[in-house]
Design a protein around this ligand. Structure first.
Ligand SMILES: [Zn+2]
Length: 106
């Protein structure tokens, strides 16, 4: 017997923009999302302040999400670039290596 899915209360639109990780599609407030921004020249960089202009995308501070986004081209799709610049990809990969895998028991 399947349990009925827990009903969600009718969520009204908040004016807080939802930030969803482009890799795992979660928008868990416990996870810190890191903003990436694509500038007019099509270059992608990390935006720690979250204030830069350009098309943005968010990723968890979890190396697994970065790995997925870079390998599956989720980042390219989200930022609407045909391909990441080699230097940008290297920068993002290097950044991902500095992240600590999240503790699921957190
Ligand atoms: Zn994620």
């Amino acid at each position: 017997m399947a349990q009925p899915a827990k009903k969600q209360k009718g969520a009204r639109q908040k004016h807080v923009p939802q930030r969803t990780c482009i890799a795992c599609r979660r928008s868990d407030a416990k996870r810190t999302l890191i903003r990436l921004v694509r500038d007019a020249a099509g270059r992608v960089s990390i935006d720690p302040t979250g204030k830069r202009n350009g098309r943005g995308a968010y990723l968890c501070n979890d190396p697994a999400c970065w790995d997925q986004a870079l390998r599956r081209r989720a980042l390219e799709r989200a930022l609407r670039v045909s391909a990441l610049h080699t230097e940008d990809l290297a920068t993002l990969e290097a950044f991902a290596l500095t992240l600590t895998p999240l503790n699921k028991d957190g």
